[in-house]
Design a protein around this ligand. Structure first.
Ligand SMILES: [Zn+2]
Length: 213
């Protein structure tokens, strides 16, 4: 599986590289044709800073940001993104103000919640929702539901990778899309063409990585 891996780089900044492994993968909700390894983008401080610079760009000139809500381990990038947005001379609108970087928790029912002391950073605040990868749209749907429940105003959605057609009416800013990965496909488990061909699953994907079966 690993030996079929390839990398996709950002044309503007070749340091920003995503490792892609083709295969037959399952998550808890769908089957998918490629595993995207974005862990280095999220955890390597130097690279995360470059990523943050790219992701901050659409907001610099005219979008007011109060809070960055991080999902899927995006906190390091979120912090650098806030720094970028607050820099004097770069951001026209956010410099000199405050930006908070927060992460929701899951409650026992798996719903996303904010604890009482964090809720004031959401209510009537302009929020960037920052996620690693958007494939089926499940993660952003539940995050958007959570933000709306706590009264947040969505300023934009930013992601490392997006394969989801825009249905929310909000633009999704992403560095990579499914068009960067030839043959990228996502299926409901009952409709997976790889399953129909009798192909065994290679691995299970979770937010922390993958486990070969
Ligand atoms: Zn399948």
């Amino acid at each position: 599986m690993e030996n079929k891996a390839f990398t996709v780089s950002l044309t503007k900044n070749p340091l920003i590289t995503m490792k892609v492994i083709p295969g037959h993968f399952t998550t808890s909700h769908f089957h998918i044709s490629h595993y995207l390894d974005v862990s280095d983008l999220k955890t390597n401080a130097l690279i995360a800073k470059d990523v943050a610079r790219e992701l901050a760009m659409p907001y610099l000139a005219s979008i007011l940001v109060d809070t960055i809500v991080c999902m899927e381990g995006m906190e390091v990038i979120g912090a650098y993104m806030a720094e970028e947005l607050l820099q004097e001379g770069i951001s026209v609108i956010n410099s000199g103000s405050e930006i908070h970087v927060v992460t929701p928790m899951s409650n026992v029912n798996g719903n996303l919640i904010f604890q009482s002391n964090i809720q004031e950073l959401i209510l009537n605040r302009n929020i960037i929702l920052l996620v690693a990868s958007i494939s089926s749209g499940r993660t952003i749907s539940s995050a958007l539901e959570c933000l709306s429940y706590y009264g947040g105003e969505l300023a934009g959605i930013s992601a490392l990778f997006n394969a989801y057609p825009d249905k929310s009416g909000k633009e999704i800013y992403s560095m990579f899309t499914n068009e960067d990965i030839p043959g990228y496909q996502i299926f409901s488990p009952g409709e997976c063409s790889m399953c129909k061909e009798g192909r065994k699953l290679d691995a299970i994907i979770t937010s922390e990585g993958y486990t070969e079966i």
